[in-house]
Design a protein. Structure first.
Length: 117
């Protein structure tokens, strides 16, 4: 017969090992109605990213998720303190696509992401 302490030790070991494999990440998000009343740099023009069921556009030009950071880099003003991105979601867009697009934009320097509906 197995002693109770052995069973408890095995259960403890199992739960310790199974809980260490999941890693949670955080991404700061600014929604409409939040943020500063006066922008820090008035010369920074917002860059509009629209996610729709049919595809994705950045400032009105069609793009795909893989090209989003490269095309966004071309639109960022080098003299701006921050680069505001306004992400608009329309139609049947999965939350996975929204998070992937936000993750791609977050890799850009000085990116400030705002999500609107």
């Amino acid at each position: 017969m197995t002693s109770l302490i052995d069973v408890i030790f095995l259960l403890l070991l199992f739960f310790m090992l199974s809980s260490t494999f999941s890693k949670f990440g955080e991404m700061p998000l600014v929604t409409r109605g939040q943020g500063q009343a006066v922008p820090q740099n008035k010369s920074a023009q917002p860059i509009f990213v629209r996610l729709a069921g049919a595809g994705m556009t950045i400032n009105g030009r069609e793009t795909v998720l893989e090209d989003l950071p490269d095309k966004a880099r071309l639109l960022i003003s080098p003299s701006a303190a921050q680069s505001p991105f306004v992400v608009s979601v329309a139609g049947d867009v999965s939350s996975e696509l929204l998070v992937q697009a936000m993750f791609q934009l977050r890799q850009l320097p000085k990116a400030q992401i705002m999500v609107v509906q």
